[in-house]
Design a protein around this ligand. Sequence first.
Ligand SMILES: [Zn+2]
Length: 150
Amino acid sequence: MKYGVIVCPRCGMAKGVETNKKTTTCQCGREIKLRRMKLRFQTDSPMELAGSVARANAAIRGGEQLPSEKRPRKREPYSVIAERSQHSKDPVDRMQLIAQALTDLKGEFTEEDLGKVLHAVGKGSPKDMIAKLQQLNLIYETGEGKFRSV
Ligand SMILES: [Zn+2]
C-alpha cells in the first residue's frame, strides 16, 4: 500500500503519509518518524487517503462537521451599513450616513429598518435617532412612519 494514515503524537491530528517515506512533518511542526508509527489505514488511492484523513480528524475533533469550503456569505445589508457607519467618529455624521445608506437601499426607510442597523451596531434607539435626525433636518417624513434622507 502506498499511503497510510497516522496520528501525530504531539497535536493528535490525523495525517496522510506515503508509506515509503521515513519521516513526515506534521502541520504542528513535529517531525514524525514513520517507522515507529502505527498506520491506521492503508490504501493505494490518494482520494481514499484524503477521505480517511478527513474522517479521522473529524472523529478526533469529536465528530464535528468538517469545515465546508469557505464561500463568501452574502452580507446582510443592515450589518454592512452598521459597519460602515462605525468608521465615522462624529455621531451626527454617523446618523446621517446611516439615514443616507438606508435611503439608498430602500428608497425610504422605517423605524424598523433603522432598528435593524442599530441592532447590528449594538446600541441606540431607532425612535430617538429618527427624532434627532428630524430635528437636524437630515431626514424628512415621506409618509406614515416612512423617511428619506434629505
Ligand atoms: Zn502534529
